[in-house]
Design a protein around this ligand. Structure first.
Ligand SMILES: [Zn+2]
Length: 319
């Protein structure tokens, strides 16, 4: 495949503490959106507030109603009172109740806000979904109009809350057009699909070359689970070697996936094989397995006079 990749500058995704932090609702029409911007995507009015603020104001309103209700009861008691003593008692106990209520409410504010938030998610589930679908269409339209980086960024923002393979594959097929660099704000595990797709395998391979540290269990397991299909891909062999190269940076992966590592050890770039060789040699358990024997065989065959294998390497840096 000879696609020319485009040199681009990908915007950085601003991360928030909770994934719903960026979700906002329009106070005028009730539309939800996860995209930034002043105006509501539906009614165009600048009435968007974060869902957390919406929940907080609902909690406040509920508490205010409780106070008003207590006040009403106090007034009724005062009106029903038959003499000054009863009026005084009714008024005083009413005021004490209200004061207590305010104190309790103050303590409960945080919890009540969260309760309102989960109510909002429950009751507005369909509306939130519609809003996110709308956000995604905005992204797709932006891509269609030729602004693929902008569109990618919009879709990526929706992916914070929308988790499905269709969106993952859309993002991956956009990424495929870009020339990726290691200094870019890229993600990997969130883009791995449930079923096999060559787009995912290609992307894992590319990340393994660019940002070795990002290759973790999920990616390795995906590659192992789909190894036969990847081998059928034009670029499959390179993907498998790159992922193995990345995996040998940690002893844990060598221990967990020795069969996979063995299959590609012989084809690793020299520097990665040196790394693997030392990982295995420094661990008696690994050394005693077939992998240990393989290491010696490969070394004897390919690197017989190579001094890199001689010195002891307790201090080999994780790389
Ligand atoms: Zn609106």
């Amino acid at each position: 495949m000879t696609t020319t990749k485009k040199a681009v500058q990908l915007p950085v995704l601003e991360r928030s503490r909770r994934n719903y932090d960026r979700l906002r609702v329009c106070r005028r029409c009730g539309q939800y959106t996860i995209l930034p911007g002043e105006d509501c995507p539906k009614c165009g009015k600048a009435r968007l507030v974060p869902v957390m603020d919406q929940a907080r104001s609902k909690a406040r309103r509920k508490m205010l109603n409780e106070i008003l209700f207590t006040l009403l009861l106090t007034i009724i008691a005062v009106l029903l009172a038959q003499d000054m003593t009863q009026i005084a008692i009714a008024a005083a106990s009413g005021l004490v109740l209200i004061a207590l209520l305010v104190l309790v409410q103050r303590r409960m504010m945080g919890r009540e806000t969260l309760r309102q938030l989960s109510r909002l998610f429950r009751y507005d589930h369909a509306t939130i979904h519609e809003g996110l679908v709308q956000d995604q269409s905005t992204g797709v339209e932006t891509v269609r109009s030729g602004e693929d980086v902008k569109g990618y960024h919009i879709l990526r923002q929706t992916a914070v809350l929308v988790h499905n393979d269709r969106l993952r594959l859309a993002l991956l097929s956009l990424l495929q057009n870009f020339r990726l660099r290691s200094d870019m704000d890229l993600e990997l595990e969130t883009l791995i699909t449930r079923d096999f797709d060559p787009l995912v395998a290609d992307y894992i391979g590319e990340i393994a070359r660019l940002k070795r540290d990002m290759i973790k269990d999920r990616s390795i397991r995906y590659i192992i689970a789909n190894e036969p299909k990847i081998l059928e891909m034009e670029n499959g062999w390179n993907i498998l070697i790159s992922v193995t190269s990345a995996a040998v940076r940690m002893k844990r992966y060598v221990t967990m996936y020795p069969g996979f590592i063995r299959r590609y050890a012989r084809f690793l770039p020299r520097e990665r094989f040196v790394r693997l060789y030392h990982v295995v040699r420094n661990d008696p358990a690994l050394q005693g397995e077939v992998l240990g024997q393989d290491m010696e065989n490969i070394r004897a065959e390919l690197y017989a006079d190579d001094p890199a294998f001689e010195h002891d390497t307790a201090g080999v840096e994780r790389s």
